[in-house]
Ligand binder design. Structure first.
Ligand code: CO
Length: 134
């Protein structure tokens, strides 16, 4: 059911410093920061030949990643994102198997203007999983 790894998201305490590490130290192609107020994050995308790294920093007072950063002051891996062909079919199949979909279970438009859902980390070996309709 799942396809390509779309991205790995890393929450970082300093977007400019993290961008510099990926651009200057690791030699990757790094985007400018993009504010996503609807998601409470600012993102920087690192383009790799086979996938992306999404650097995330809290935006606004009630950012969903503020607590994560408070608990992981130097940053850390926040989620992995897998592509699916049909997000509603994927959701229904997962729910039938007892997996928990976060929020109200309806896909939201994610950082790449495509529908996304998040799955409960306790059902996936302690990893927050994002599904994106490719
Ligand atoms: Co993501």
């Amino acid at each position: 059911m799942i396809g390509r790894l779309n991205h790995v998201a890393i929450v970082v305490p300093d977007l400019a410093a993290a961008s510099a590490v990926y651009r200057d130290t690791l030699g990757a192609t790094v985007s400018a920061p993009v504010d996503l107020p609807a998601h409470g994050v600012t993102t920087v995308f690192v383009e790799l030949p086979n996938t992306k790294i999404e650097l995330l920093h809290p935006l606004g007072a009630d950012s969903p990643i503020a607590k994560f950063l408070a608990n992981n002051a130097s940053g850390g891996i926040h989620h992995v994102c897998y592509e699916v062909d049909d997000i509603l079919a994927a959701r229904d199949r997962l729910k039938e198997q007892g997996m928990r979909v976060l929020g109200d279970g309806e896909p939201k438009i994610g950082a790449h203007d495509k529908p996304v859902l998040f799955l409960h980390p306790k059902d996936f070996m302690g990893t927050l999983v994002e599904l994106e309709q490719a």
